[in-house]
Design a protein around this ligand. Structure first.
Ligand SMILES: [Zn+2]
Ligand SMILES: [Zn+2]
Length: 131
């Protein structure tokens, strides 16, 4: 893969983001440094990165694709309301023995868990003002 200045800037912006941004989010963040870069270029660049396993797509249920430059094994917490995605380390899950069915299925190369719910600020907002 050719590492152009544009690609490098897009990668750096993603690597500096802990919030698993969408292509639109990243486009907004890099526009200051790369005023000529189009949203389409950001999409295509992220696709290329994914093909070269430089980034991961977070498998969210709804909404636009979200990207992750953190390639260490980790899990995610996804807020159903504000769509915030946070990393979660969960050694117990990483260490748990795989069920026998998985061996019959084939060779497992990675595993992750996604927790869905409301983040702390959304669950506070959800609480009624009076009880
Ligand atoms: Zn939230
Ligand atoms: Zn992540």
């Amino acid at each position: 893969m050719k590492l152009t200045h544009q690609r490098l800037e897009i990668y750096k912006a993603l690597a500096a983001s802990l919030d698993h941004p969408s292509a639109e989010d990243l486009h907004r963040r890099i526009r200051g440094r790369l005023p000529t870069v189009s949203l389409d270029t950001v999409y295509r660049t992220l696709d290329t990165f994914e093909q070269h396993t430089l980034v991961n797509k977070v498998p969210v249920v709804k909404g636009p694709a979200r990207y992750d430059a953190g390639m260490h094994p980790h899990h995610h917490c996804v807020c159903a309301r504000c769509r915030k995605i946070e990393d979660l380390d969960w050694q117990a899950v990483d260490a748990v023995e795989l069920p026998s069915g998985s061996q019959e299925w084939g060779h497992v190369t990675n595993r992750f868990v996604q927790l869905y719910g409301l983040c702390s600020s959304c669950s506070k907002a959800e609480q009624p003002a009076t009880v």
